[in-house]
Design a protein around this ligand. Structure first.
Ligand code: ATP
Ligand code: AMO
Length: 466
């Protein structure tokens, strides 16, 4: 076979070499009948290809054929790498290809619903271009999502989903190295697992069923099945009826469940080490991707400590109070107070990543273990990045009768979860765990303003296609 070079790896070291690349014809500019410039893009990287008529190599016909290529057509280009005298604007690679041959592999329709170059610009660049009188279209979120396969081709999107893949990969590697076993729990289940109403109901061969709202019940049952420490990466379904920047109807859950020897802080210890490792590795392995994302959506690198800050819920309420914000000490934080607390924590402790624990029991799901010394509170925690929740976790109730009582108290019909409750009747270890929203981690690590940007084909209350 022939040897292919990736556009992203074209560099000065290849000067004089003959290369073959395959990618998108991003733009073609004819200078004259004898000369044209073709920008070829592959995986978000771009290279300028120069066509110049020369006897026996490049014909007038080839220049004409190339300038007639529709944008986004898939092409092969063969040529020699050269280093220009001045920096190249409009391409990521700082070398050119002196073209010998251009082949079209697959034509794109001439009128595209999204112009990739416009879709790849930052808000600041768009404002400047419009002021300078340039013709361009501001591509809105809905249009991007309607034509997602085109939108996904921008360098920032190429970065976002590669970062997301690394988050999952690092999560998995870390937990495997800590003795966790990867599991897969059913997504078709008999009832709600979080006690909420936000479930997608369906007919399961004549029986009522729903799409799993979380792997909660079955990951705990895996602990009863003696796996000791488990994790899962899988889809989570929530029939959200509100339309927010951070809720999806389907997202990817990174779930953990583990035996606890003495205290729920053992679970927070895992969160702490897992996330410091995650952030370190992302910054180290995803430099190019983070740079590509930041070019379109500028952001400051996440500030985090080597040992994650832990505050109790009461300390959080106190911090807010000192800042003049009164919160019900036994209620939950709302989006606004979470944000505010994030700012206060950053000012006082210099971190944008922290754990808030010892929540009031009343605001936690039925399976949460109350504190033994004060059952108004619970052995539970949430974790925040830049003032927004990415994780909920807790020690669980492992005593079956008490679990049934708690479920009743939370308005859940115990009959619907009887096999779950019964699984604690055969001897159950104390245990706890947590759930992470993958799309939220990527969104907040990169300070993006909408979770739809970090979901490949987002599902929200108004969108089930594409
Ligand atoms: P969890 O399921 O653990 O609570 P979550 O991030 O989905 O995770 P929610 O319970 O949906 O959190 O919301 C957390 C807080 O955000 C709630 O206390 C609520 O006040 C607020 N909130 C939720 N939805 C909205 C919304 N649509 N608009 C404004 N605030 C909201
Ligand atoms: P919770 O309901 O808080 O907890 O969900 C865990 C994490 O999942 C993410 N998340 C969402 N992401 C996108 N769209 C949504 N609609 C959405 N809802 C939640 C958040 C959240 O922190 N069983 C417990 C976890 C546990 O205790 O182990 C649970 O599901 O990042």
């Amino acid at each position: 076979g022939r040897e292919w070079t990736e556009v992203g790896s074209l560099a000065e070291g290849l000067e004089g070499r003959t290369v073959l690349v395959r990618g998108r014809a991003q733009t073609v500019r004819a200078v004259s009948k004898k000369m044209a410039f073709l920008i070829v893009r592959e995986k978000g990287f771009t290279v300028q290809c120069v066509l110049s008529v020369s006897p026996d190599v490049v014909s007038l016909g080839m220049v004409k054929f190339t300038t007639g290529l529709s944008r986004e057509s898939y092409v092969d280009v063969e040529g020699t790498v050269s280093v220009p005298n001045s920096p190249i604007k409009g391409a990521s690679q700082q070398v050119e290809i002196q073209v010998r041959k251009v082949y079209c592999i697959s034509k794109a329709v001439p009128a595209l619903p999204i112009n990739i170059e416009d879709a790849a610009r930052s808000e600041l660049e768009i404002d400047k271009a419009l002021q300078a009188g340039e013709q361009l279209v501001r591509v809105n979120q809905d249009t991007r999502l309607n034509f997602r396969v085109l939108d996904l081709r921008t360098p920032s999107n190429q970065g976002i989903f590669r970062v997301q893949c690394q988050v999952e990969n690092i999560f998995r590697q870390f937990l495997l190295s800590e003795g966790f076993v990867g599991i897969h729990t059913p997504k078709l289940i008999a009832g709600s697992s979080e006690g909420g109403s936000a479930v997608f109901r369906l007919d399961y061969k004549g029986q009522p069923a729903c799409l799993a709202q979380s792997p909660q019940l079955h990951k705990q049952m895996a602990i009863c099945g003696d796996f000791g420490r488990v994790f899962e990466v899988g889809p989570v379904f929530r029939a959200e009826d509100s339309f927010t920047h951070r809720h999806l109807c389907e997202f990817t859950g990174l779930d953990v469940e583990m035996e606890i020897k003495e205290h729920y802080s053992e679970v927070m210890d895992i969160v702490d080490r897992l996330f410091v490792e995650l952030f370190d590795r992302l910054n180290e392995r995803c430099q190019k991707e983070l740079e590509a994302i930041g070019k379109q959506y500028p952001f400051e690198p996440l500030k985090y400590l080597r040992k994650t800050l832990r505050l109790t819920f009461q300390e959080g309420v106190q911090l807010l109070k000192e800042a003049g914000i009164e919160i019900d000490p036994l209620g939950d934080l709302n989006t606004e107070s979470e944000r505010k607390l994030g700012q206060l924590v950053l000012e006082k402790y210099g971190t944008e990543f922290y754990i808030l624990h010892h929540y009031p029991l009343a605001v936690r799901p039925f399976y949460t273990m109350p504190c033994s010394d004060d059952p108004t509170y619970s052995n539970s925690f949430d974790v925040f990045i830049r003032g927004e929740e990415i994780i909920s976790g807790a020690q669980r109730v492992h005593l079956p009768d008490f679990l049934a009582t708690r479920a009743e108290a939370c308005g859940i019909d115990v009959k619907t979860i009887s096999t779950y409750v019964d699984s604690f009747r055969y001897g159950a270890p104390p245990h706890g765990g947590f759930g992470v929203g993958l799309e939220r981690v990527v969104m907040l690590f990169c300070a993006l303003n909408n979770i739809r940007k970090t979901s490949l084909f987002p599902r929200d209350p108004l969108r089930i296609a594409p």
